[in-house]
Design a binder for this molecule. Sequence first.
Ligand SMILES: [Zn+2]
Length: 333
Amino acid sequence: MSTKATITDKGAVILGKNVACDAFDDSKPLRVVTHTHADHLIGLQQSLRTCEKVLMTKATKDLIDIMRSPLFLMGGYVEALDYGKTMRYGEESVTFFPADHILGAAQVLVEDPEGTRIVYTGDFRLDGTPVIEADILVMEATYGSPSCKRSFGKDVKGMLFSIVEEGLKHGAVYVFGYHGKLQEVMQILHDAGLKAPFVAPERVFHVSKICEKYGMRVGRLMRLEEKEAKMMLERNQPCVAFYHMGLRGKVGQGCFCVYVSGWEFDVPCHEIADKEYVIALSDHSDFDGLMEYVRRSRPKLVITDNFRVGYAETLARHIQRRFNVSAVALPKR
Ligand SMILES: [Zn+2]
Protein backbone atom coordinates (compact mmCIF):
# COMPACT_ATOMS: atom_id res chain seq x y z
CA MET A 1 0.00 0.00 0.00
CA SER A 2 2.81 2.39 0.84
CA THR A 3 4.05 2.21 -2.76
CA LYS A 4 0.88 3.91 -3.98
CA ALA A 5 1.68 7.32 -2.47
CA THR A 6 4.76 9.20 -1.34
CA ILE A 7 6.30 12.66 -1.05
CA THR A 8 9.55 13.24 -2.94
CA ASP A 9 12.64 15.11 -1.77
CA LYS A 10 11.52 17.98 -3.99
CA GLY A 11 8.10 18.23 -2.39
CA ALA A 12 5.98 16.45 -5.00
CA VAL A 13 3.03 14.57 -3.49
CA ILE A 14 2.73 11.42 -5.60
CA LEU A 15 -0.71 9.78 -5.76
CA GLY A 16 -1.01 6.51 -7.66
CA LYS A 17 0.81 5.92 -10.94
CA ASN A 18 0.21 9.21 -12.75
CA VAL A 19 -0.31 12.18 -10.47
CA ALA A 20 2.23 14.55 -8.90
CA CYS A 21 0.77 17.36 -6.76
CA ASP A 22 2.31 20.70 -5.80
CA ALA A 23 5.84 20.16 -7.15
CA PHE A 24 7.42 18.96 -10.38
CA ASP A 25 8.14 15.27 -10.86
CA ASP A 26 9.50 14.11 -14.20
CA SER A 27 8.02 10.60 -14.00
CA LYS A 28 4.37 11.64 -13.77
CA PRO A 29 2.26 12.78 -16.75
CA LEU A 30 -0.28 14.72 -14.62
CA ARG A 31 0.57 17.70 -12.42
CA VAL A 32 -2.00 18.94 -9.94
CA VAL A 33 -1.89 22.42 -8.39
CA THR A 34 -3.97 22.26 -5.19
CA HIS A 35 -3.79 26.03 -4.56
CA THR A 36 -1.82 29.16 -5.32
CA HIS A 37 0.50 29.50 -2.32
CA ALA A 38 4.15 29.52 -3.37
CA ASP A 39 5.09 26.29 -1.57
CA HIS A 40 2.52 24.47 -3.73
CA LEU A 41 3.62 25.94 -7.07
CA ILE A 42 7.09 24.39 -7.04
CA GLY A 43 8.52 23.72 -10.50
CA LEU A 44 5.25 24.69 -12.17
CA GLN A 45 7.03 26.04 -15.22
CA GLN A 46 8.78 22.70 -15.70
CA SER A 47 5.49 20.85 -15.27
CA LEU A 48 3.88 23.06 -17.91
CA ARG A 49 6.71 22.24 -20.30
CA THR A 50 6.83 18.49 -19.76
CA CYS A 51 3.57 17.15 -18.28
CA GLU A 52 0.72 16.00 -20.46
CA LYS A 53 -1.76 17.98 -18.40
CA VAL A 54 -1.69 20.40 -15.50
CA LEU A 55 -4.89 20.22 -13.45
CA MET A 56 -6.33 22.92 -11.19
CA THR A 57 -9.66 24.52 -10.37
CA LYS A 58 -10.90 27.41 -12.50
CA ALA A 59 -10.44 29.84 -9.59
CA THR A 60 -6.84 28.72 -9.06
CA LYS A 61 -6.20 29.28 -12.75
CA ASP A 62 -7.66 32.80 -12.54
CA LEU A 63 -5.50 33.56 -9.50
CA ILE A 64 -2.29 32.35 -11.18
CA ASP A 65 -3.14 34.50 -14.21
CA ILE A 66 -3.14 37.50 -11.84
CA MET A 67 -0.23 36.52 -9.59
CA ARG A 68 2.11 35.60 -12.46
CA SER A 69 0.76 36.75 -15.84
CA PRO A 70 -1.98 35.59 -18.21
CA LEU A 71 0.81 34.23 -20.42
CA PHE A 72 2.34 32.04 -17.75
CA LEU A 73 -0.09 29.11 -17.95
CA MET A 74 -0.06 29.21 -21.73
CA GLY A 75 3.33 27.50 -21.53
CA GLY A 76 1.53 24.15 -21.18
CA TYR A 77 -1.77 22.32 -21.34
CA VAL A 78 -3.92 23.37 -18.39
CA GLU A 79 -7.21 21.66 -17.68
CA ALA A 80 -9.63 23.24 -15.22
CA LEU A 81 -11.38 20.59 -13.13
CA ASP A 82 -14.48 21.46 -11.09
CA TYR A 83 -15.05 20.14 -7.59
CA GLY A 84 -16.81 16.79 -7.68
CA LYS A 85 -16.07 16.15 -11.39
CA THR A 86 -13.95 13.11 -12.15
CA MET A 87 -11.20 12.94 -14.76
CA ARG A 88 -10.12 9.53 -15.98
CA TYR A 89 -6.53 8.87 -16.93
CA GLY A 90 -5.64 5.34 -17.98
CA GLU A 91 -6.98 3.04 -15.30
CA GLU A 92 -7.06 5.72 -12.62
CA SER A 93 -9.38 8.60 -11.89
CA VAL A 94 -8.81 12.01 -10.32
CA THR A 95 -11.48 14.00 -8.44
CA PHE A 96 -11.19 17.36 -6.67
CA PHE A 97 -13.03 18.29 -3.47
CA PRO A 98 -13.17 21.71 -1.83
CA ALA A 99 -10.65 22.70 0.82
CA ASP A 100 -11.33 25.69 3.07
CA HIS A 101 -7.98 27.52 2.74
CA ILE A 102 -7.65 30.05 -0.07
CA LEU A 103 -10.03 30.61 -2.99
CA GLY A 104 -9.78 27.67 -5.41
CA ALA A 105 -8.06 25.28 -3.00
CA ALA A 106 -8.70 21.59 -3.67
CA GLN A 107 -8.27 18.22 -2.03
CA VAL A 108 -7.37 15.44 -4.44
CA LEU A 109 -8.76 11.91 -4.60
CA VAL A 110 -7.10 9.33 -6.86
CA GLU A 111 -8.78 5.95 -7.26
CA ASP A 112 -6.81 3.11 -8.78
CA PRO A 113 -8.11 -0.05 -10.53
CA GLU A 114 -7.87 -2.01 -7.28
CA GLY A 115 -10.29 0.43 -5.71
CA THR A 116 -7.73 2.03 -3.43
CA ARG A 117 -8.71 5.54 -2.43
CA ILE A 118 -5.68 7.79 -2.19
CA VAL A 119 -6.43 11.25 -0.81
CA TYR A 120 -4.26 14.36 -0.47
CA THR A 121 -5.79 17.11 1.64
CA GLY A 122 -3.53 19.95 0.47
CA ASP A 123 -3.73 22.81 2.99
CA PHE A 124 -7.04 23.08 4.78
CA ARG A 125 -9.02 24.40 7.72
CA LEU A 126 -11.42 21.78 9.00
CA ASP A 127 -14.45 24.11 9.50
CA GLY A 128 -15.46 24.33 5.84
CA THR A 129 -13.66 21.27 4.46
CA PRO A 130 -15.48 18.02 3.65
CA VAL A 131 -13.65 14.99 5.04
CA ILE A 132 -12.90 12.44 2.31
CA GLU A 133 -12.79 8.76 3.21
CA ALA A 134 -9.39 7.34 2.34
CA ASP A 135 -7.36 4.16 2.34
CA ILE A 136 -4.18 6.18 2.08
CA LEU A 137 -4.29 9.73 3.40
CA VAL A 138 -1.58 12.27 2.61
CA MET A 139 -2.01 15.36 4.73
CA GLU A 140 -0.51 18.72 5.57
CA ALA A 141 1.13 19.04 8.97
CA THR A 142 1.56 22.79 9.49
CA TYR A 143 0.14 22.78 13.02
CA GLY A 144 0.78 19.09 13.65
CA SER A 145 1.97 19.47 17.23
CA PRO A 146 -0.17 19.47 20.41
CA SER A 147 1.42 22.85 21.18
CA CYS A 148 -0.62 24.22 18.25
CA LYS A 149 -4.14 24.29 19.66
CA ARG A 150 -6.45 27.25 19.44
CA SER A 151 -9.04 27.47 22.14
CA PHE A 152 -10.50 30.86 21.21
CA GLY A 153 -12.33 29.87 18.00
CA LYS A 154 -14.82 32.39 16.78
CA ASP A 155 -13.99 35.42 18.98
CA VAL A 156 -11.24 36.29 16.49
CA LYS A 157 -13.56 37.97 14.00
CA GLY A 158 -15.13 40.26 16.59
CA MET A 159 -11.70 41.08 17.95
CA LEU A 160 -10.41 41.93 14.49
CA PHE A 161 -13.35 44.25 13.90
CA SER A 162 -12.90 46.11 17.21
CA ILE A 163 -9.14 46.54 16.75
CA VAL A 164 -9.59 47.98 13.25
CA GLU A 165 -12.39 50.25 14.47
CA GLU A 166 -10.19 51.47 17.29
CA GLY A 167 -7.34 52.10 14.84
CA LEU A 168 -9.57 54.11 12.51
CA LYS A 169 -9.97 56.69 15.30
CA HIS A 170 -6.28 57.49 14.76
CA GLY A 171 -6.43 57.51 10.95
CA ALA A 172 -5.45 54.87 8.40
CA VAL A 173 -5.16 51.23 9.47
CA TYR A 174 -2.66 48.99 7.67
CA VAL A 175 -3.48 45.28 7.49
CA PHE A 176 -0.70 42.87 6.49
CA GLY A 177 -1.31 39.26 5.43
CA TYR A 178 -0.93 36.70 2.66
CA HIS A 179 -3.09 36.47 -0.45
CA GLY A 180 -6.38 34.85 0.44
CA LYS A 181 -6.12 35.82 4.08
CA LEU A 182 -6.27 39.54 3.22
CA GLN A 183 -9.48 38.97 1.29
CA GLU A 184 -10.92 37.01 4.20
CA VAL A 185 -10.20 40.02 6.44
CA MET A 186 -11.96 42.30 3.93
CA GLN A 187 -15.00 40.03 4.03
CA ILE A 188 -15.06 39.88 7.84
CA LEU A 189 -14.84 43.68 8.15
CA HIS A 190 -17.37 44.27 5.39
CA ASP A 191 -19.87 41.76 6.83
CA ALA A 192 -19.47 43.32 10.28
CA GLY A 193 -20.57 46.64 8.79
CA LEU A 194 -17.32 48.58 8.79
CA LYS A 195 -17.89 51.83 6.91
CA ALA A 196 -14.34 53.01 6.09
CA PRO A 197 -13.12 52.54 2.51
CA PHE A 198 -10.61 49.80 1.66
CA VAL A 199 -7.44 50.49 -0.29
CA ALA A 200 -5.10 47.97 -1.89
CA PRO A 201 -2.09 48.00 -4.22
CA GLU A 202 -2.46 46.58 -7.72
CA ARG A 203 -1.91 42.87 -7.11
CA VAL A 204 -3.93 42.64 -3.90
CA PHE A 205 -6.69 44.57 -5.67
CA HIS A 206 -6.80 42.12 -8.59
CA VAL A 207 -6.71 39.04 -6.36
CA SER A 208 -9.61 40.57 -4.41
CA LYS A 209 -11.59 41.10 -7.60
CA ILE A 210 -11.14 37.42 -8.51
CA CYS A 211 -12.36 36.46 -5.02
CA GLU A 212 -15.37 38.72 -5.57
CA LYS A 213 -16.07 37.06 -8.91
CA TYR A 214 -16.35 33.72 -7.07
CA GLY A 215 -18.74 35.07 -4.45
CA MET A 216 -16.62 36.57 -1.67
CA ARG A 217 -17.61 39.99 -0.39
CA VAL A 218 -14.69 42.38 -0.31
CA GLY A 219 -16.49 45.69 0.26
CA ARG A 220 -15.77 49.04 -1.38
CA LEU A 221 -12.21 48.54 -2.52
CA MET A 222 -10.08 51.21 -4.19
CA ARG A 223 -6.77 50.79 -5.96
CA LEU A 224 -3.89 52.46 -4.22
CA GLU A 225 -2.96 54.00 -7.57
CA GLU A 226 -6.17 56.07 -7.60
CA LYS A 227 -5.61 59.70 -6.64
CA GLU A 228 -8.29 59.68 -3.97
CA ALA A 229 -6.85 56.59 -2.29
CA LYS A 230 -3.31 57.89 -2.39
CA MET A 231 -4.41 61.13 -0.78
CA MET A 232 -6.27 59.36 2.01
CA LEU A 233 -3.12 57.48 2.97
CA GLU A 234 -0.87 60.53 2.66
CA ARG A 235 -3.14 62.51 4.94
CA ASN A 236 -3.60 59.53 7.27
CA GLN A 237 -7.39 59.65 6.90
CA PRO A 238 -9.54 56.77 8.17
CA CYS A 239 -9.35 53.91 5.65
CA VAL A 240 -8.07 50.34 5.73
CA ALA A 241 -5.04 49.58 3.56
CA PHE A 242 -4.31 45.94 2.72
CA TYR A 243 -0.73 44.90 1.98
CA HIS A 244 1.04 41.62 1.38
CA MET A 245 2.99 40.44 4.44
CA GLY A 246 6.22 40.92 2.47
CA LEU A 247 5.81 44.70 2.86
CA ARG A 248 5.62 44.57 6.64
CA GLY A 249 8.01 47.18 8.04
CA LYS A 250 8.31 48.85 4.63
CA VAL A 251 4.99 50.72 4.48
CA GLY A 252 2.73 52.17 7.15
CA GLN A 253 5.56 52.83 9.60
CA GLY A 254 4.38 54.74 12.64
CA CYS A 255 0.75 54.08 11.68
CA PHE A 256 -1.76 51.67 13.19
CA CYS A 257 -0.75 48.21 11.92
CA VAL A 258 -2.49 44.83 12.15
CA TYR A 259 -0.65 41.63 11.18
CA VAL A 260 -2.76 38.59 10.40
CA SER A 261 -1.00 35.38 11.36
CA GLY A 262 -1.82 31.74 12.04
CA TRP A 263 1.10 31.24 14.39
CA GLU A 264 -0.70 32.46 17.51
CA PHE A 265 -2.31 30.02 19.89
CA ASP A 266 -2.72 31.56 23.34
CA VAL A 267 -4.81 34.64 22.62
CA PRO A 268 -6.77 35.79 19.56
CA CYS A 269 -5.07 39.19 19.62
CA HIS A 270 -1.71 40.28 20.87
CA GLU A 271 -0.26 43.82 21.14
CA ILE A 272 3.38 43.62 20.06
CA ALA A 273 4.22 47.34 20.14
CA ASP A 274 2.50 50.70 20.33
CA LYS A 275 -0.28 50.64 17.66
CA GLU A 276 0.89 47.22 16.40
CA TYR A 277 -1.24 44.11 16.78
CA VAL A 278 -1.10 40.48 15.70
CA ILE A 279 -4.45 38.83 15.06
CA ALA A 280 -4.62 35.03 15.14
CA LEU A 281 -6.55 34.29 11.98
CA SER A 282 -5.49 31.02 10.40
CA ASP A 283 -6.31 29.25 7.14
CA HIS A 284 -4.96 25.94 8.47
CA SER A 285 -6.43 23.44 10.94
CA ASP A 286 -4.87 23.40 14.36
CA PHE A 287 -3.63 20.12 15.88
CA ASP A 288 -7.12 19.02 16.95
CA GLY A 289 -8.51 19.76 13.48
CA LEU A 290 -5.85 17.62 11.80
CA MET A 291 -6.49 14.71 14.19
CA GLU A 292 -10.24 15.03 13.68
CA TYR A 293 -9.78 14.79 9.91
CA VAL A 294 -7.88 11.50 10.33
CA ARG A 295 -10.53 10.13 12.67
CA ARG A 296 -13.34 10.77 10.19
CA SER A 297 -11.39 9.79 7.07
CA ARG A 298 -10.55 6.36 8.57
CA PRO A 299 -7.38 5.65 6.55
CA LYS A 300 -5.22 2.52 6.81
CA LEU A 301 -2.07 4.52 6.18
CA VAL A 302 -1.26 8.21 6.74
CA ILE A 303 1.61 10.15 5.19
CA THR A 304 2.29 13.57 6.74
CA ASP A 305 3.96 16.29 4.65
CA ASN A 306 7.50 16.65 5.95
CA PHE A 307 8.61 18.86 3.06
CA ARG A 308 6.65 21.98 3.89
CA VAL A 309 6.78 23.97 7.15
CA GLY A 310 5.21 22.15 10.09
CA TYR A 311 5.41 19.23 12.50
CA ALA A 312 5.09 16.18 10.25
CA GLU A 313 7.02 13.76 12.46
CA THR A 314 5.20 14.75 15.63
CA LEU A 315 1.85 14.49 13.86
CA ALA A 316 2.65 11.04 12.45
CA ARG A 317 3.60 9.83 15.94
CA HIS A 318 0.37 11.09 17.46
CA ILE A 319 -1.78 9.59 14.67
CA GLN A 320 -0.11 6.22 15.05
CA ARG A 321 -0.59 6.25 18.81
CA ARG A 322 -4.18 7.47 18.91
CA PHE A 323 -5.72 5.65 15.95
CA ASN A 324 -3.46 2.63 15.77
CA VAL A 325 -2.81 3.06 12.02
CA SER A 326 0.57 3.30 10.29
CA ALA A 327 1.70 6.88 9.85
CA VAL A 328 4.93 8.17 8.40
CA ALA A 329 6.44 11.63 7.76
CA LEU A 330 7.86 11.98 4.24
CA PRO A 331 10.30 12.79 2.83
CA LYS A 332 12.57 11.39 5.53
CA ARG A 333 14.91 14.03 6.93
ZN1 LIG B 1 -1.47 27.19 1.53
